[in-house]
Structure formats: C-alpha cells, structure tokens
Design a protein around this ligand. Structure first.
Ligand SMILES: [Zn+2]
Length: 219
C-alpha cells in the first residue's frame, strides 16, 4: 500500500508528500463527513493474489484459507491500545444460509484468540439483506444501509472499546454503519481492521517502471 494515508480512514493519498508535514492529515471525505469509527486500518490492496484468496474463501468455501489470511492480518496489526471486544461485520441470515459461514467472523475469531480478547459473535446483527454496495452512488449506499444493523444487548457494549473486523473495505459505508450502530448503543471508540482495500490501480507502485522520485514527477 502507498505509505501516505488518511489518518482516519486509511485511504491512500496520491502524493507521498500529503502526510510529510502533517502525519494526522485526513482525506476530504473524512473532513466533510467524519466517520463514526475512530480509526480504520485497511492492511493490503485488494489485488491478486490476495484478492483470489479472499474470493476462494468467500465464494468457494475454502475455509482452510482463514488461518493464513488471519495470520497476514496479525503480522501487520497496528498498535491498538486496550481493546475490550472484537466484533465481526455480520452477514444477514439469508446470506449466511447461502454461504454457510461468515468470513469476517472466522477472521475475527482467530484475531480475538491471538490477542486474548473476547469476540462478540451475535450481538451486532444485520437486520435487512442488502444488495452489493459497489454499484450504488454514495447517497444510495447510505440510504441502502440505514438501519441495516442492530445491537441485541446494548448493556454488553457499554463503554467498551471495539475492534470491528471485515475482509474487504470497499467504500467504508458498511463498517461505518456498523460503527454508528455500536456508538449509538453506548460503545466507546470503534476501530476498524480489514484485510484488504479496493484502491485506485494508479496508486499501486509499478516495480518494472519506477516513477520519477518526488518532487520531480509530473502529475
Ligand atoms: Zn479519510
């Protein structure tokens, strides 16, 4: 992943200079619409071969990939202080029936075990099935996801610092709606950790043709 990234949502910046003098620099989207989570980490670009591995897990049921993928998350886990609870992004039960498992839950389970932090499997639920987010505009994505998540036992989340786990961060709308639901139910800070992020292909460094070093590159 490019090194200069938004201090809130982890979005890569085009210019490596974006955070040179202000490491806490946030992207325009986070300034305009501050997310409900405190910080998101989106560890790797959603590109092959990782993309292939995630698809094999999700759509072909290769659950043996959970351990290596969780290990990949654990090797690059950022320093997060005093997390009380790990929560996976839930699937709606209809989707769960089709797929038989929730990949985010399987990853969260291993991460919770490694960090010795409790995993909450059933408190945050998805109450309505939602179509894939990627084809919708921002406004429609928000509308589509509003009131999609619910907390069953708010008392269990009260003032708890939460690490929310998902496999892929696409627009961030899903994890943000989860974080909003958790905060409204009384949780303390919500942090987000995803294995991969869909990113602009132009931001992926090309190893065969190195770009001219900053500041001499042409935009
Ligand atoms: Zn941002």
């Amino acid at each position: 992943m490019p090194t200069a990234r938004c201090a809130r949502c982890d979005r890569p910046f085009v210019s490596p200079a974006a955070t040179a003098y202000s490491p806490q620099h946030r992207c325009y989207a986070c300034v305009e619409h501050p997310p409900s989570y405190t910080r998101a980490w989106t560890l790797y670009p959603y590109t092959p071969p990782l993309q292939d591995a995630i698809r094999l897990l999700k759509y072909q049921g290769k659950v043996s990939l959970v351990t290596p993928l969780a290990n990949l998350m654990l090797t690059t886990l950022p320093q997060v202080d005093a997390i009380d609870l790990v929560i996976p992004v839930p699937l709606h039960h209809e989707r769960l029936c089709q797929r038989e498992f929730n990949q985010a839950l399987l990853l969260a389970d291993q991460i919770g075990r490694h960090l010795s932090i409790s995993v909450s499997y059933t408190n945050l639920v998805r109450t309505t099935p939602t179509p894939p987010q990627t084809t919708l505009s921002r406004r429609n994505r928000l509308k589509n996801l509003r009131h999609t998540f619910a907390v069953q036992h708010p008392a269990e989340l009260m003032n708890k610092r939460i690490l929310l786990i998902d496999d892929v961060f696409t627009t961030g709308t899903t994890v943000n709606e989860c974080a909003k639901t958790l905060r409204r139910s009384g949780s303390a800070d919500v942090f987000v950790l995803t294995l991969a992020r869909t990113i602009d292909q132009n931001l992926i460094p090309d190893h065969t043709q190195p770009a001219a070093p900053y500041p001499f590159s042409n935009p």
